[in-house]
Design a protein around this ligand. Sequence first.
Ligand code: VGL
Ligand code: ZN
Length: 208
Amino acid sequence: MKLGAGDALVVVDIQYDFLPGGSLAVAGGDEIIAPVNALARRFETVVQTQDWHPAGHISFASSHPGKAPFETIALAYGPQVLWPDHCVIGSHGAAFAAGLELPNCQMIVRKGFHPRVDSYSGFREADRRTPTGLAGYLNERGLRRLFVVGLATDFCVSWTAEDAAAAGFEAIVVEDLTRAIDTAGSLAAAWTRMTAAGVKRVQMADLG
Ligand code: VGL
Ligand code: ZN
């Protein structure tokens, strides 16, 4: 695959809380930082997403008495997996990993800041209606093909890639530059959904 104008790299949620030692640690999350840095230097346009929740966010198990992390509850907008408190606005856990070097990053989309709505996707919140503005930004910039990397494969990466495809972008997940949470079969389910949505699955080596 040859990279060129019209391509953007979307780097999803490489934040301390998703790295080993973080409150919602993704196994091997730190392993992707160096190769993401290397890949990002090949893109003129890099966009980052940042999970960014107020304290007491609805996605936190601690906000639901009697509930534990990784249980699923029904909310008005659909099923919601409950998580340990993570990526609280302004906290160290919400910060990008210091080792992340993305000099070409031009845009950072924060998501999940509405207290009562989660947002895995960089494009729209979990109500599936509230847009973040990212599609408008990318369209206005003439970016058509999006390579998606980061954390976690089965939540924020997959939801971002699926929404990218739904918004008319060519969406490509670089699988070995992602790592998964994989709770209750979520990783296999995510790949099934991504494939159905027309998201392409490639490896770093496919990019030459
Ligand atoms: C994520 C669960 C909760 C992610 C964010 O970045 O994949 N997962 N919030
Ligand atoms: Zn979150």
